[in-house]
Design a binder for this molecule. Sequence first.
Ligand SMILES: [Zn+2]
Length: 315
Amino acid sequence: MSTTSNIAHSTTPPFSPLAPFDDPGADVILRSSDGTDFHVYRVVLSLASPFFKEMFGLPQPPFEPEVPTLPMAESAVVLDRMLRFWYPGAQPIAIPTLDELRDTFESLIVRYDMQFIVPFAKRQLREYVQEHPVAVFAIACRHEWKDLAREAAKSSLSVPIHDVCDSPRPSHLNDMTADTYHSLLRYHSRCARVARVPTSTLEWINRSDETPGANCTERGDYSCPFDDRTWDYANAPGRPLVGWFAGHLKRLNTTLANSPLVRLDSPEVLTLAIKQMAACPFCKTNGFERLAKFTVALKAKIDRDIDSVELELNF
Ligand SMILES: [Zn+2]
């Protein structure tokens, strides 16, 4: 049966490889699992892949045709993407999903041992770190890339880790061992503990006229309701705190337990405090600026402290 008829029955629409994989002068044909032929050069494959180098170095059977055909495990679409990442003269094409990107790199790096792809693979995966940090973490651990695993783990701190448990089982969990997943959960837990500290005490910051709510607490006849406990600052123990600011810190404390690197300046986080602040004639005059300044300092503090938490990986 001809290759053409195979293609007609196996792909919709039929896949036809474009240049440079249609070169009639090529000396080997890679036949995809669905019957499409890619005409390529052995020397190029050998330079890129120890797998092919070893294969072409083996003694060839005497009846071997001048241009041998190698059956490949990948479909035509996947094989085309794989080759276009690195084959001379080929234009790379975008891979639409993270799962497909993962599968492509799995073939290139694990099956065909193309280690030179690794820096490129990491760059591609980094584009997904913000949107799919846990999936990128899983892929990085699969390949034992500590640098990318750390970046992805840190990025995952901005979302509640337990959301993973509430959604359908994602395919990338297959890339993680139970030990690796435990490392990620443990990292989240330790980072959450660290991130919550500066919202339960203010001992990490000096009290000043710039402190949110200081207008009220210094007046003596508070306009704002104030918190039912006193708070310690680095330079001033046992000071009162206006209720809207104390409430903001307590809500943050709860949020940071699930998302240690949640965006502290997002409307979801700030809106209630701003509304309550605006009800006070004294606080509202400069409360927003002070709260914004405090938020910047808090973010820097949490970032610093989380950087000191080690992600324990056993590879
Ligand atoms: Zn006030």
